[in-house]
Design a protein around this ligand. Structure first.
Ligand SMILES: Cc1ncc(COP(=O)(O)O)c(C=O)c1O
Length: 407
């Protein structure tokens, strides 16, 4: 009896901020994504074929045999010198700008970098602008510090910067603007070069920090990338990155690169989260990057994801009713599907799960309840043959649901 009463009370003791709806969406997605019975269009998971098993084993062996105890020890909060230098070299090679040492921080994944930015900048009620739709981990990070999150719509060319400008002219004064300019999660679109320049100008004019998430930047199908916002405006951008999609997410390793003053503040914030990212993972990634293994793997990963994406788009074309639209990504993991007006995506996702197909409805990707007729489909982890079958089952359900609502 005493146990039950105690258990009932714990939720009353939870902090007020936990009562804002920050976490339910991602838990549902992970539950769907983890269900191995379903054709997995749900989670943003890399395909296990891209995991560097044998290479990682050889590098780990090398680290242990070297006798250096560094991989086993605590490390400086900002990161170990070798991995920080390897990160700077990689950014120079892929983005054309080498950050100064004090502009770099190694984090425990991209999500921690977002959390550190939120923790460092946001007081309750502060305004943050995100893309609508956006990565729900971003919405959660900002909301968990009680920010007021506003979404500005995006289209095939990424964030609608004209609309953002109007919102700013109308008086909104965000502290942060969060954007995923390359092969966006969940929409699969990229920000045009022209808009990149315009966005940077707005950040400078209105004095907000641009938080640029480059999770899928290196996964353009043709290996090309537009200029990063950070390379265009290192004074106004903090770039958040992850090794999860290009190495493996079990490592939990990422970075934040930005103005030295900002990075110093993020480093202070990190001292009371995990104090430092794991040294073993940092050193493993350093070897992976320095030995050229990452570039070799990227060639295979891009080809794999391109093939999967093309197959999914061809299946959409073949099977979906005319009333359905979708984005055509040039990289990354996702396509964003728009159902005919009034067709309930959450209901469709439930029917799809019953029919053996996992997809995510659009609402959790907006801070304001929009997305009711959208679905996110991830092609990254679905075996080629299952892509056709999964899309066919989904298309049949869309047709059924459409019929069901006609009088
Ligand atoms: C846009 C975006 N940012 C960040 C992350 C999280 O990365 P990490 O695994 O490094 O925390 C993801 C993962 O899905 C993502 O899609």
């Amino acid at each position: 009896m005493a146990v039950i009463e105690g258990a009932r009370r714990w939720s009353e003791l939870f902090a007020g901020r936990t009562r804002t709806d920050v976490g339910a969406g991602i838990l549902e997605i992970l539950a769907l994504a983890g269900n191995t019975e379903l054709i997995p269009f749900a989670g943003g998971f890399p395909d296990p074929q891209t995991f560097p098993g044998a290479r990682a084993a050889a590098f780990l062996d090398e680290l242990v045999v070297s006798g250096d105890l560094g991989p086993f020890q605590y490390s400086p909060t900002r990161g170990l010198p070798g991995p920080l230098d390897a990160l700077a070299a990689r950014l120079e090679a892929t983005q054309g700008r080498r950050p100064a040492d004090e502009e770099t921080l190694i984090t425990s994944g991209g999500i921690e970098a977002l959390e550190l930015v939120a923790k460092s900048f946001l007081d309750a009620g502060d305004a943050v602008v995100v893309e609508g739709p956006t990565y729900l981990g971003g919405i959660m990070a900002f909301r968990s510090f009680e920010a007021d999150v506003t979404a500005v719509r995006l289209d095939e060319d990424g964030l609608d910067v004209d609309r953002l400008r109007s919102t700013l002219v109308a008086g909104l004064r965000p502290k942060l603007l969060y954007t995923i300019p390359d092969h966006q999660n969940p929409a699969g679109v990229s920000l045009s070069t022209e808009r990149r320049h315009a966005l940077v100008e707005l950040a400078r004019k209105y004095g907000f920090l641009l938080v640029e998430d480059v999770a899928y930047r290196e996964l353009g199908f043709d290996g090309e990338a537009l200029p990063s916002l950070w390379s265009l405006a290192p004074d106004a951008v903090v770039q958040v990155g992850t090794t999860s999609k290009t190495f493996f997410p079990g490592l939990r390793l990422g970075w934040a690169v930005g103005p030295a003053e900002v990075v110093a503040q993020l480093t202070v914030a990190k001292q009371n989260t995990d104090q430092c990212a794991g040294a073993l993972g940092q050193m493993l990634w350093e070897l992976y990057a320095r030995r050229g293994a990452m570039d070799e793997q990227l060639v295979h990963s891009r080809a794999l994801y391109r093939r999967r994406c093309e197959r999914m788009l061809a299946a959409f074309e073949r099977t979906m009713p005319e009333s359905v639209a979708w984005t055509s990504p040039h990289g990354g993991f996702f396509s964003w599907v728009t159902l005919p007006d009034g067709l309930d995506a959450a209901g469709l996702a439930r029917s799809a799960a019953t029919a053996g197909v996992a997809v995510v409805p659009g609402t959790p990707f907006f801070p304001d309840g929009r997305g009711g007729s959208n679905l996110r489909l991830s092609f990254s982890r679905v075996e080629d043959e299952l892509i056709d079958e999964g899309v066919e089952r989904l298309a049949a359900l869309v047709a059924e649901h459409e019929l069901g609502r006609t009088p």
